[in-house]
Write a protein that binds this ligand. Structure first.
Ligand code: ATP
Ligand code: MG
Length: 310
C-alpha cells in the first residue's frame, strides 16, 4: 500500500467526561478542551514531539498511544507508513478522568484514516469499535468521536453509540486536582454485587439524566444521583468526594468525572471560591462537533509516494 510521502493531517480531539453520575460506563459528554496534533508521513523512523499536558511523561516511541492507535488503523486498512512525524499539543490533563487516553486513541485512528490512501474504507462505526477495544470501554471514545452527549453500549462484541443534542444552555465546570488517579485503581474499588433496590433507583436516575441533559437542565441535580460507583470510590479520592458533597448540598449537580479524581459540575455559577488548594478550574461549553480533521496538507512541495513495509 502506498502512503503519500509528505502528506500531513491536523486533528483536534475533545476532552470528555464519562459516567455523569448514574450513567456508569455508558453516558458521556464532550467539552471544549482539546488536544491538537499533526501527523506527517515521512521516509522513515518515528519522530514525536509533545508540548503541554503529559509532555514530561509520555513515551516518545512506539508505545505512544496516538502511534499505537494509528498503527492499528493502518493494519486494518492494509500496510504501515514508511515513517511518521508527530507533533502533539495537549491541553487535556492525563489520569484525571477527562478522557485523555480516549482522545489520544481517537486522534491516532482519525489521523491514520485521513493519511492512508484507502482510509475511506474505515467507517465511523468501525473507528469507534476499534477505539473502544483499545480503551477497554466505549464511553469516552464515543463522546470524543461524536461530540455532544453520547450513550454507548457493546453489542455482539462491538461498541456502538448514539449522539444526543445537549441542551443549548448546558454549561460544565471541571475542577481538576493536581494529582492523577489511574482508571485501573478506581475500577478495583467497585463491588461485585450491589443491592437490587439501588440498581433500580440508579436506572431511573440514568433515564432522567438523559432528559435533564437534553431538555431540562433544572432536573440535573436529581438526574445525577448515583448508587453504583461514586461512594465506593470515595476513599481513593476523599477531596473529590468532599467537594462533590459540598456542592450538591448547595443544589449544584456535581459528579465525579469518569473514574476521577476531577469533578464535573453543571452550573453557570462561578466555583472559583470552592476550588481546593492546588486544583485548576475550567468553565467550558459542551463540544458539539466531536473529533475533527482540521487540516490536510502536503509538507513537501513536490509530493511523492513511497511503498511502506507491509
Ligand atoms: N495525548 C496523549 N498522548 C500519549 N499518551 C497519552 C495521551 N493521553 C493519555 N495518554 C496515556 O494514557 C494515560 C492516561 O490514561 P487514563 O485512562 O489513566 O486517564 P484518562 O484517560 O486521562 O482519564 P479517564 O480514562 O478516567 O477519563 C497516560 O498516562 C498516558 O500513558
Ligand atoms: Mg482513560
Amino acid at each position: 500500500m502506498t502512503w503519500p510521502l509528505g502528506r500531513a493531517v491536523r486533528v483536534r480531539v475533545p476532552a470528555t467526561s464519562a459516567n455523569l453520575g448514574p450513567g456508569f460506563d455508558c453516558l458521556a459528554l464532550a467539552v471544549q478542551l482539546y488536544d491538537e496534533l499533526t501527523v506527517e508521513v515521512t521516509r522513515a523512523g518515528l519522530d514525536i514531539d509533545v508540548v503541554g499536558e503529559g509532555a514530561a511523561e509520555v513515551a516518545r516511541d512506539e508505545s505512544h498511544l496516538v502511534v499505537r492507535a494509528l498503527r492499528i488503523a493502518a493494519d486494518r486498512l492494509g500496510g504501515q507508513p514508511p515513517g511518521l512525524r508527530l507533533r502533539c499539543s495537549n491541553t487535556i490533563p492525563h489520569g484525571r478522568g477527562l478522557g485523555s487516553s480516549a482522545a489520544a486513541i481517537v486522534a491516532g485512528l482519525l489521523a491514520g484514516r485521513a493519511l492512508h490512501p484507502g482510509g475511506r474504507d474505515l467507517s465511523d462505526a468501525e473507528l469507534l469499535a476499534i477505539a473502544a477495544e483499545v480503551e477497554g470501554h466505549p464511553d469516552n471514545a464515543a463522546a470524543c468521536l461524536l461530540g455532544g452527549v453520547t450513550i454507548a453500549w457493546t453489542e455482539d462484541g462491538a461498541a456502538r453509540a448514539v449522539r444526543l443534542e445537549p441542551h443549548p444552555r448546558l454549561a460544565v465546570t471541571l475542577l481538576v486536582p493536581r494529582s492523577a488517579l489511574s482508571t485501573h485503581t478506581a475500577r478495583g474499588l467497585l463491588p461485585h454485587h450491589v443491592p437490587h433496590a439501588e440498581a433500580a433507583r440508579n436506572a431511573g436516575r440514568a433515564a432522567l439524566l438523559v432528559h435533564a441533559l437534553t431538555a431540562e437542565p433544572a432536573l440535573l441535580l436529581a438526574g445525577t444521583q448515583d448508587w453504583l460507583h461514586q461512594s465506593y470510590r470515595a476513599p481513593a479520592m476523599p477531596e473529590t468526594a468532599e467537594l462533590i458533597a459540598r456542592l450538591r448540598a448547595r443544589g449544584i449537580a456535581a459528579v465525579v468525572s469518569g473514574a476521577g479524581p476531577s469533578v464535573a459540575a453543571f452550573t453557570e455559577l462561578s466555583l472559583a471560591a470552592d476550588l481546593p488548594p492546588g486544583w485548576t478550574l475550567h468553565r467550558l461549553s459542551v463540544d458539539i462537533a466531536g473529533a475533527a480533521e482540521i487540516g490536510l496538507f502536503n509538507t513537501s512541495s513536490a509530493p511523492e509516494t513511497l511503498r511502506g513495509p507491509s
